[in-house]
Design a protein around this ligand. Structure first.
Ligand SMILES: [Zn+2]
Length: 185
């Protein structure tokens, strides 16, 4: 069986939905890429600063709260102090951290990179994504294979598109790795 791989790559960190006091409603906040570090002798706080995309009000995503300053490596602390952009992106992509902070991450713009697929042949397709989100496996399949909802549904119903682990593909969200079987083999 042919083995293929696709990778879903996000082009930017997700915006998040939260209530903005100034706007008086739920709005989208985007990461500013800037950290705020509050270092005292015995306690260290670090946040990633978000801004409301409408009114620029700020909201701080807690990364560390009241930790012992000695518990953090000085090289890492330097990166926070220098607003290291890779580090900021890493935190802004961390959907578990966002959810723990009560933020609702939205789906970022993304690209699907990978082999073209011949639907007349049997294949094992691995879909990988470094940062899982609420994107569904079906949406990725439809977009990359240029199938309509109905066309995909008919292949799912007939079992010619299915999850390798036997799970329900209609409900499957993108994880770090999902394997899909195509064809009758
Ligand atoms: Zn606002």
């Amino acid at each position: 069986m042919e083995q293929l791989q696709w990778e879903v790559r996000y082009l930017e960190p997700p915006k998040i939905l939260r209530h903005c006091k100034k706007c008086g409603k739920k709005t989208e906040y985007a990461s500013s890429g800037l950290f705020r570090v509050n270092a005292q002798q015995k306690s260290l706080d670090i946040w990633l600063i978000y801004r409301c995309t409408t009114c620029k009000s700020t909201w701080n995503l807690t990364i560390y709260s009241r930790i012992n300053p000695k518990s953090i490596e000085s090289r890492l602390l330097d990166k926070f102090l220098a607003n290291d952009s890779e580090l900021a992106t890493e935190y802004a992509m961390n959907s578990d951290l966002l959810k723990r902070n009560g933020a609702e991450p939205q789906v970022s713009p993304y690209q699907i990179v990978g082999d073209d697929l011949d639907l007349t042949k049997n294949a094992e397709l691995k879909i990988v994504c470094e940062h899982p989100s609420s994107l569904t496996v079906e949406k990725i399949l439809r977009e990359k294979l240029l199938l309509t909802r109905r066309e995909l549904e008919s292949r799912v119903s007939s079992g010619t598109i299915r999850l390798a682990d036997g799970g329900n593909i209609r409900r499957a969200k993108l994880k770090q790795e999902v394997t899909v079987l195509l064809g009758t083999g």
